[in-house]
Ligand binder design. Structure first.
Ligand code: AMP
Length: 623
């Protein structure tokens, strides 16, 4: 691809229904591995790709293979081997999303630890694609319950990881069960000799893709990273906005859908923010850039494509809210700041799974990126007090206050109250909406509320906190429920509460996989999953047998014992505290009343009282 040429999905030769799906998901442009892998796989070539998680490798193989699929043939046409069951579930979920306009498409995830009966049922129904871990796939081949004779492609995903986990033998055995005429795509974060040997033995003249690690200079930008853990990213960004001294900020996300969502959320928190994405026409984009230049906007949330060539001197900060796909886009992103000799700051959000990209960036730029902490409650309080004092100075300097002095003098005489006390009462009223001392919240509460997350469709592969939930958990003997529960036609669901949530890094796929495995339940019987910070709800068919319930109580997901229990429907106070979906900081602050003092008669008093949305005042809200 020529430099500076914006790559486009529509020029890669993908099938129309697949293109439609990726447009809906919000991808604007192919990542570099996609731009290389998609044409190669569409041309039925083999592929040897060096790629880590986060580079968009799943779509790099899924999109072309789905485009080549024969929907009428209900037999496995491609097989994806993954080292872990989580990855198998994630890949299958992503595939389902990309195939949402391919009517009748079926993909089945197959992994150890899940009841074989469930898998057999799914296989018997006829599937177009299989995604699974090598051990269990081999079992099925041995039992002749999985036939691969119509297979046209095999993908080895995270091949180095499979090797490390000792799956080489299984992988080779599986490959021997596949037709001679097929494509083999191999993705691996590293390319040690053992992987090259696999490639040599099973691939024919593969198209090779290696992530480039060109050195690049970014010396005028000070770079920091924040490790995404516990706290959700929006909340973290909001805290940073409180204390970072920024003029204008450019926030990078991966999809156009997220540009709009995030800009909206920031606006709701009182910031002058707007999206910038490829769905906006040229005039709209220019208007946004002009507003940013003129100071009418302070935050622009953009995709890489939309921010290409953006030159706005005011941009003092670049926040990589979503990890860039490669070093080159990181360097391009942070180059949007420190313009015209000014200083620039870059902040990178890095989840556990993305840390390799952090190291790659450091290597390529030859600079270390310093870790940063989120501001504490004390930091925020100090900052707010300074801003408050500045606001007082400004008002004293700029406003005619005679009338107000008279009003307060009248009050002072009538109530024999000292002026400091009156000023303090006024200060209290003014800061009500945005307390000088932010309320102390429960840990989970501080960790940021998000609206409950529904499961599926989800292609977001990065577990918050990057933990590897239930990884390598082996099948444990568990009670059999087949034939008894849920029972034919049982569509009544009951809500269960489990003590694992966003804070533990859980995602819907983990809950779905673990519960369906351990309860020997088909995935379709697992209902709605809502994930909160400290816990989650999952709807399961009514009448769960006691032995399964007992078994599930002790199940661990993301290292947490889930302590499954039927939800009574009555929220305990701790649930209300941690699980609500009230917007952050939008709630009524809690004040400690002075002991012995009576409550004031009226709660709301004029402009300062009550629960009012923060108004944009001039530029940014009081920061
Ligand atoms: P992967 O490297 O496959 O784990 O993908 C990492 C993340 O990137 C996933 O959340 C994908 O949904 C997202 N993604 C993949 N390709 C693109 C793209 N072209 N544009 C935006 N996001 C993408």
């Amino acid at each position: 691809m020529a430099k500076n040429e914006t790559p486009s999905f529509s020029r890669l030769g993908l099938a129309a229904p697949v293109l439609k799906a990726i447009d809906e998901v919000g991808y604007e442009a192919p990542t570099s591995i996609q731009a290389n892998a998609i044409p190669a796989l569409l041309a039925r070539r083999d592929l040897l790709g060096q790629a880590q998680t986060g580079t968009g490798k799943t779509a790099a193989f899924a999109l072309p293979l789905l485009s080549l699929l024969d929907l009428k043939l209900r037999q496995p046409q491609f097989l994806v081997l993954t080292p872990t069951r989580e990855l198998a579930i994630q890949v299958a979920e992503a595939m389902q999303t990309y195939a949402r306009h391919l009517k009748g498409f079926h993909v089945v995830p197959i992994y150890g630890g899940q009841g074989i009966e469930t898998q057999l049922r799914q296989l018997r129904r006829g599937v177009h694609a299989v995604v699974g871990t090598p051990g269990r796939i081999r079992d099925h081949l041995g039992r002749k319950t999985l036939k691969l004779d119509r297979l046209s492609a095999v993908v080895l995903d995270e091949a180095d990881e499979m090797l490390r986990m000792g799956f080489l033998e299984e992988v080779e055995e599986i490959l021997q069960h596949t037709p001679g005429e097929k494509q083999v795509a191999l993705f691996s974060a590293t390319m040690p000799p053992a992987i090259m040997e696999v490639a040599r033995r099973y691939q024919r003249d593969p198209v090779e893709f290696r992530s480039e690690e060109k050195t690049a200079t970014v010396s005028t930008v000070s770079q920091r990273y924040w490790r995404v853990a516990g706290v959700n990213k929006l909340h973290a960004l909001t805290l940073m906005l409180e204390v970072e001294d920024f003029d204008a900020m450019l926030v990078f996300v991966r999809t156009k859908v997220v540009t709009a969502e995030l800009a909206e959320k920031l606006e709701a928190r009182g910031f002058a923010a707007a999206p910038l994405n490829g769905d906006m026409n040229q005039a709209m984009r220019e208007r946004t850039v002009e507003r940013l230049k003129g100071g009418r906007l302070d935050i622009v949330v953009a995709t890489d494509v939309a921010a290409r060539g953006l030159h706005v001197e005011r941009i003092s900060h670049v926040v990589n809210f979503d990890m860039p796909y490669d070093v080159e886009s990181y360097v391009h992103r942070i180059g949007r700041t420190a313009r015209a000799g000014r200083e620039g700051k870059a902040i990178l959000f890095v989840s556990q799974r993305e840390r390799n990209m952090l190291y790659a960036i450091e290597r390529a730029t030859g600079q270390s990126i310093e870790p940063m902490q989120l501001p504490s409650r004390g930091d925020i309080a100090r900052r707010r007090v300074v801003q408050f004092q500045q606001a007082i100075t400004e008002v004293i300097e700029e406003q005619d206050l005679d009338f107000f002095e008279e009003v307060l003098e009248g009050y002072r005489q009538e109530h024999s109250t000292g002026l400091p006390k009156i000023a303090a009462a006024l200060a209290f009223l003014v800061q009500r909406e945005r307390p000088l001392l932010p309320a102390q919240r429960a840990r989970q509460d501080r960790a940021g509320r998000q609206p409950p997350t529904d499961r599926r469709p989800s292609t977001d592969r990065q577990p918050p906190g990057g933990q590897q939930p239930v990884r390598r958990r082996q099948a444990t003997p568990r009670p059999r429920a087949e034939g008894q529960w849920p029972g034919p036609g049982n569509t009544v669901m009951e809500r269960y509460r489990i003590e694992v949530g966003r804070d533990h890094g859980v995602q819907a796929g983990n809950i779905l996989g673990a519960i369906s495995n351990e309860a020997d339940l088909e995935g379709r019987h697992v209902g709605r999953i809502k994930i909160f910070d400290a816990f989650s709800f999952v709807d399961l068919p009514k009448g769960m047998p006691r032995e399964i319930r007992r078994h599930l109580k002790t199940l661990r997901i993301c290292g947490q014992k889930i302590r499954l229990k039927l939800d009574s429907g009555l929220k305990s106070s701790s649930e209300r505290r941690t699980g609500g979906s009230r917007p952050l900081g939008g709630g009524e602050p809690r004040y400690r009343k002075k002991p012995g003092k009576k409550k004031p008669g009226k709660k709301k008093s004029g402009a300062a009282g009550g629960k009012k949305k923060r108004k944009p005042r001039g530029k940014k809200p009081m920061r």
